[in-house]
Design a protein around this ligand. Sequence first.
Ligand SMILES: NC(=O)N[C@@H](CC(=O)O)C(=O)O
Length: 443
Amino acid sequence: MKTLIKNATAVNEFRISETDVLIENGMISRIDRDIDTSGCTVIDAEGKYLFPGVIDDQVHFREPGLTHKATIASESRAAIAGGITSYIEMPNTNPQTTTIEKLEEKFAIAAGTSHANYSFMFGGTNDNLEEVLRVDPKSCAGLKLFLGSSTGNMLVDDEKTLENIFSSTPLIISAHCEDEATIKANLEKYKAEYGDDIPVKFHPAIRSEEACYLSSSRAVALAEKTGARLHVFHLSTARETGLFRNDIPLREKKITAEVCIHHLWFSDEDYDNKGTLIKWNPAVKTSADRKGLWQALLDDSIDVIATDHAPHTLEEKQNVYTGAPSGGPLVQHALTAMLETFHQGKISLEKMVEKMCHNPAVLFQISKRGFIREGYHADLVLADLDSPNTVGRNNIWYKCGWSPFEGTTFRSAVTHTFVNGNLVFDNGKFTGGRHAMRLEFDR
Ligand SMILES: NC(=O)N[C@@H](CC(=O)O)C(=O)O
């Protein structure tokens, strides 16, 4: 079967050009103008933008064990509606992904239910170093370390263990960096004044800039000392961005950084209106922090944009501060939110594609994805940049049924998503059928 995407405006490898793209056997077989339509299913992409499928390097899909919040099936479906065709999922499930057996169980669930291409992070703990060292770097995306506590109680705080992990694993270490002692001391201070019902606007004072900087700078120093390959997840402060280099190409970096949609979009001015719905770890901080993150993204100190998609039920989120879990769902709206920032003049389409599609593939050495290239898997997204739509409960695909963007009108819409050459999302409808594959790595 041949599919031909006709007259698209492709954004790829720092160029924008009019082109046709021919798909055969799940792969991109030709990129050219005026490709012959005979024998092809033709997708008219006139006036639409074509991007490589987005690769999200940090999601929590809650399976196994937390399926009242989300499942691999439900969230990967929301992901393809949002143009995300591949994802890397985190180990803070129940049971945690801290043995090779548990890792393979997750791969089995994804093989049977995922709508988008998948891989997983192995979880490091204070006491599973031996198992970490058994993980084949080709078998999964990398090693996740929670250097600050968050959903799922996976804090790694034993200094000796950390140093051992950093100096011995060949895996890419992806770290959640927030200093636990600082957070605890801050929390006690606010609890003394407010009890459990702390106004959520103090979340960034509790999970403070200092907590982030202390932990990120320690992780970076440890990586420099040991030669470990470190990727710092979800930077949330301007100050942390100074820890990362932008004078060498990504392929040569041993220490890299990610920023998430919510830290680029929201600021502490939004707590009054959104409350615990925008309670994330690390916390959304000041507008000056947001500005610093944008600057670091554009000057390449930050390499990747991700979601940290972390759904909880609305009921859970509506608890008072200490009981409301941190995290929120984002995969369906990440690309349209970034396209909105393009409309606002904050980023070029080429840069957006670099940070959401190319760089996650390069950074994790994902085989044949992340670019529109002949011989690559046909993971592709078409978007209409002039199709205003408002996020509301009637058009949200997350199992939890809510979004921090509710009420927001985006000017752009994802119209078509292809996973491995198959049209899986077509003008607001899922076509049925699953065509996802396990991600492979060129390591
Ligand atoms: N980001 C969050 O606030 N929450 C995440 C965990 C995490 O990444 O910290 C979750 O799994 O709920």
